[in-house]
Design a protein around this ligand. Sequence first.
Ligand code: NDP
Ligand code: 8X3
Length: 250
Amino acid sequence: MTKPVALITGATAGIGKAIAEALAPEYSLIICGRRKDRLDEMASELNTETVALNFDVRDKEAVNQAIRSIPESFSRVAVLVNNAGNAHGLDLINEGKLEDWDAMIDINVKGLLYVSREVIPGMVSRKSGHIVNIGSIAGKEVYPKGNVYCASKYAVEAISEGMRIDLNPHGIKVTQVCPGLVNTEFSMVRFKGDQEMADKVYKGMTPLYAKDIAEIVAFCLSRPAHVNIADLVVLPTDQASSVVVNRENN
Ligand code: NDP
Ligand code: 8X3
């Protein structure tokens, strides 16, 4: 193995897939997600040595087994990108669905922790590594009906800070990248396949695209050893905050 190894969760779509494509020239990849067909297709198309791990981040046994199944030649994970996650629903706090709340806490928070817990000890023993957590503007400011999704992303912010503090003695970098509106499958998942509702999110404005975030992650990873980009917010030019979006320019 000549290239360092990067493990990316949620690599089957959107931001994670774009990160895999952006990192392929410099890294061997471990790509993760639930949709096996997509992982297999990507593994054959990414122009680098690739291992596909098919598991649900909610299932701690599956996470444990998947990470332990990594072949020896890929086992020294240099970069962990905790990207898997979604919003489920957009409801007032008094009307929210418990299954949506469970999904967001279980995937965005507990899933990130399960994967991290498996990968970080190796980084600690090697005294090197870089963890990139995909947070959100939703982890910086709460917006109407964002309640539990925002809470899950506030948790990513707290966990990122906690990781940075606890891993500081071990020379491990921790970066949080917090995007605003990015046009991916995110809104289709949030609105449970309602294309009209999903399209409305980006109507009349130019959103970010997955590639924009991937380029930023690649930039963060490419800084010299003594430089850590700790926390980075990136918004579309048409977006000033979670709720202030200029939809008059397009
Ligand atoms: P997508 O819906 O396009 O991609 C989500 C990815 O997460 C997929 O690869 C999906 O893979 C994976 N995933 C979802 N649930 C699970 C699960 N239970 N187990 C394993 N993998 C899972 O959304 P984005 O690319 O936009 O989202 C990626 C990250 O970016 C998320 O953390 C999101 O919160 C964050 N983000 C997104 C923004 C946006 O506007 N789009 C803005 C700010 C942050 P599969 O279904 O195959 O398992
Ligand atoms: C995704 C961005 O504003 O839809 O995290 O919550 S937002």
